[in-house]
Write a protein that binds this ligand. Structure first.
Ligand code: PLP
Length: 422
């Protein structure tokens, strides 16, 4: 009977623990600490030392961090930026905001950019390539770097999913000319909304500083919405299995603007969200500081859960899991699986819901999520990335977050094995 079972989530406030919720409550009562303060400097210092990167700039989101980098590298209207399909609007829109053109590259079965397709998509107008480390699995850095060097492309790592992931024993984020991280509500660690642009290149760092000079903090109301998010979710999450009461409460809270959306409607057709571009406010940096103290533990936990899924599911011939090379140590934001067709995805999600397990599809069963994204406006040409189109229709993700216990992971494995047979 699902009514009395703990609901299991992929993305509903998956990193917020009691201490984070108490901190958010404390901050709601201290509005004078919301905008300016010393926390962003402290948070940036911690990130520099964790990543081993010289320059860290904090913003209110990963998408704004990418925008700042694209401005800093001096892209001009009509320049092309190579970006993988199987992504989200937040990873593509900043290209449009600087009036450059996204050119979509297909993926391999590890959900990361295909170097072979990248070679085919480079043109004389190509200026940069974005290496996305999807679900925290490091992209094919060596092959892509070789192609980028040959074609004089700048390399930007999209490490939004991959804080702490390693490639050849070195943390991702320091392989390219610059990189972004996200501390959004569903990422490796969370300040509810937040992001970082990082670089070891002194010229890019100088330009970055110059391009964001004068950017303000987001509005106090938007900061309140972020602080209220973990507080509300901590109360409503336990009631998701109880006639969907938890979900209804969240929908109402969004309508009343007590919590913010993660993607705004204007972004689905390439527009800028209303909160940006802006610097990371003090309150979000305080949430980030609390979480970064737990980051190593979080990533160890994610790895244990992912290893358990791998051991339990690799023999199941009905599902495919990603084989990654020994040189990669993923951060396991999620554990992706693919099945034979989209119908099975739908049925498995339905059966999961019946058992109080809320599995998800990323990026929303299409090459660029979330659902409702206008692919044409984002410059995607239908059929140009067939593997991404195929995999986005028949893959889904399993939860690995700090709030997913090993017992929860066992329930997820039982669901899959019961559904497909062992
Ligand atoms: C692959 C990828 N890149 C970039 C971003 C942007 O991060 P944020 O949500 O912090 O703007 C996201 C998340 O939305 C993402 O999934």
């Amino acid at each position: 009977m699902k009514l009395f079972k703990k609901p299991i989530f992929v993305s509903i406030s998956p990193n917020a623990q009691a201490g984070d919720v108490f901190l958010a409550i404390k901050l709601v009562l201290q509005p004078w600490r919301w905008r300016s303060g010393g926390a962003p400097r402290e948070f940036a210092k911690k990130l520099k030392s964790y990543l081993g990167i010289k320059n860290v700039f904090l913003f209110e989101s990963g998408r704004t961090s990418l925008y700042a980098i694209l401005m800093a590298i001096g892209l001009k209207a009509g320049d092309e930026v190579l970006v993988q399909a199987f992504t989200c609007t937040a990873a593509v829109n900043p290209i449009l905001w600087v009036e450059a053109r996204p050119v979509y590259v297909d993926i391999d079965s590890d959900f990361n950019m295909s170097p072979a397709d990248l070679e085919k998509k480079v043109t004389p107008r190509s200026k940069a390539v974005i290496i996305q480390h999807t679900f925290g699995y490091p992209g094919k850095i060596d092959e892509i770097t070789r192609i980028a060097k040959k074609n004089k492309l700048l390399i930007i790592e999209d490490a939004a999913h991959a804080l702490g992931a390693k490639y050849k024993s070195k943390k991702v984020g320091a392989f390219g000319d610059a990189a972004i991280f996200s501390f959004g509500r569903y990422k490796i660690m969370s300040s509810v909304f937040g992001g970082a642009a990082v670089t070891n290149n002194p010229d890019i760092a100088r330009n970055l500083e110059r391009s964001v000079d004068g950017w303000d903090f987001p509005s106090t109301f938007w900061i309140f919405e972020q602080l209220f998010h973990p507080i509300l979710l901590s109360v409503t999450k336990p009631f998701y299995n109880f006639f969907s009461l938890g979900k209804v409460a969240v929908v109402i809270a969004k309508k009343l603007k007590l919590i913010s959306l993660s993607v705004y409607s204007e972004e689905k057709s390439g527009g800028k969200p209303p909160f940006g571009p802006s610097k990371m406010p003090n309150a979000l940096a305080l949430l980030g500081l609390k979480q970064i103290g737990k980051l190593t533990r979080f990533n160890e936990h994610r790895t244990s859960v992912a290893n358990f899924y791998k051991e339990s599911l690799f023999r199941n011939s009905k599902i495919s899991i990603v084989e990654f090379p020994r040189s990669s140590e993923p951060a396991f934001l999620n554990f992706p699986i693919s099945v034979q067709d989209g119908d099975l995805v739908r049925q498995l999600i339905k059966e999961g819901k019946r058992r109080g397990i809320y599995l998800e599809v990323w990026p929303a069963k299409r090459v660029i999520g979330p659902s409702g994204t206008d692919l044409k406006k984002l410059g995607y040409i239908s059929g140009s990335c067939p593997k991404a189109e195929d995999l986005s229709a028949r893959s889904l993700v399993l939860p690995t977050s700090p709030n997913t216990t090993m017992r929860d992971a066992r329930r997820v494995v039982n669901l899959i094995n019961d559904f497909f047979g062992k």
